[in-house]
Design a protein around this ligand. Structure first.
Ligand code: CTP
Ligand code: MG
Length: 391
């Protein structure tokens, strides 16, 4: 069962104001669109993430999405519904249309992995081509209808606030959008129902808000601060022996040297220590559990593969890496000339600002195995903020 996501970012964000469409504005240092896309890229059940945008936003798009590997975005239409149809048609003509599609508003940048799970599971369990699923929350306020005065109280039983991602069998929702393109319907569930599909309700999430008005930016910023209270620290340590060679790789940077480091992978003790620190912060075992040295596929592997994997595990828990501090312990080679490059490389792999990465070096005053130049060691500390309720 192959699932794809369509991320809608072709709106103008008129109600939110600001100097650019809201999906390109930053929150906690990242554009909303990047956060929304990242949530789906991080999800193991999503094979493709197709963005729908306005070509006039190309410069904003390029700046927001650096480093992410995505299919070329397609142009949206005048209405949300037209933009969805453009995204569906792009997936159809991609050569490998998915079985299931999740349609999501870029303006809901805080979508969780759990919601994506629930929607995929409900669609996969649904009745073939004829059933979709949406996340929704029950209405808890008393509802009134009226203009200047209350005219009536609306019965709130069985009323829901619909969110996205809304998930459907691909063929069914494409046919529904093609057939009802002329009607002004406000979400995909309405289009699906117009075409006779069933739509199941799964649990939404209060944090999955749609940034709509200027005050939403402020509200979410303060909420974000409140929910990042679950701060974890992890520690990592690694040693590799020197052997005959002409260069070492440390923290992702190759340094010419009279020896190389012996090891199963590229023996980058710096990245191995950071990988273990991240795994430690989320109590997810150690590097050997995830990449057994006995497994030939990891022989000569670039250590950034290990580090990226640890980062993805952190992200899948809704976590964010706050900082990394690594110390390389060796008599030679000299680390100082390469520090800036190492910081930049680590920051790039982890997709965080270089200011959040520290690389230090020390010797052991010629004492011990490191002092005798038999090998080197690396130590790292990682701090991670996990979001969501503390268990
Ligand atoms: N959207 C879209 N194409 C449109 C209109 C909306 O892709 N023609 C997207 C928006 O980018 C947004 C989502 O649909 O991610 C939900 O729409 P909304 O919150 O209304 O965003 P905007 O239309 O951009 O905002 P506004 O209505 O305030 O102008
Ligand atoms: Mg709109």
């Amino acid at each position: 069962m192959i699932a794809a996501a369509i991320i809608l970012a072709a709106g103008r964000g008129e109600r939110a104001g600001g100097d650019r469409p809201k999906q390109y504005r930053d929150m906690g240092g990242k554009p909303l669109l990047r956060m929304a896309v990242q949530a789906f890229l991080d999800h193991p059940g999503i094979a493709t993430v197709q963005v729908v945008f306005q070509p006039e936003d190309q410069a904003y798009y390029d700046a927001a999405m650096t480093g992410l590997s995505l299919p070329t975005p397609v142009s949206g239409g005048e209405s949300r519904q037209a933009s969805v149809l453009a995204g569906l048609r792009a997936l159809k003509s991609s050569g490998a249309p998915p079985d299931i599609v999740l349609i999501h508003d870029a303006a809901r940048a805080f979508v969780s992995q759990d919601i994506i799970d629930r929607v995929i599971d409900a669609v996969a369990a649904g009745a073939g081509d004829n059933e979709g699923a949406i996340p929704a929350l029950p209405v808890s306020d008393t509802l009134k209808r009226g203009e200047e005065y209350v005219e009536e109280t609306v019965e709130r039983a069985n009323l829901w606030r619909a969110q996205t991602p809304q998930g459907f069998p691909f063929a069914g929702i494409l046919a529904a959008h093609e057939a009802h393109a002329d009607k002004a319907l406000t979400d995909d569930a309405a289009v699906a129902q117009a075409a006779g599909m069933g739509v199941r309700i799964v649990q939404g999430d209060e944090r999955n808000i749609k940034i709509t008005r200027p005050e939403d930016f402020a509200a979410v910023n303060s909420e974000e601060q409140m929910i990042t209270h679950d701060i974890r620290t992890g520690f990592g340590y690694d040693v590799h022996q020197f052997e005959a060679g002409d260069a070492v790789t440390l923290c992702g940077v190759e340094i010419p040297h009279g020896q190389k480091l012996k090891g199963h992978s590229d023996a980058d003790a710096g990245l191995h220590a950071i990988t273990d620190a991240l795994l430690g912060a989320i109590a997810a075992g150690d590097i050997g559990d995830h990449f057994p040295p006995s497994d030939p596929q990891w022989k000569d592997a670039a250590s950034e593969v290990f580090l990226r994997h640890a980062m993805e595990l952190v992200r899948r828990q809704g976590g964010e890496i706050l900082n990394i501090d690594v110390t390389l312990i060796c008599e030679a080679p000299k680390i100082a000339p390469h520090r800036a490059k190492m910081r930049a490389r680590i920051a790039e792999i982890l997709d965080i600002a270089p200011e959040r990465v520290s690389v230090k070096a020390t010797t052991t005053e010629k004492l011990g195995f490191i002092g005798r130049g038999e090998g080197l060691a690396a130590q790292a500390v990682a701090t991670v903020a996990l979001k969501g309720p503390q268990e």
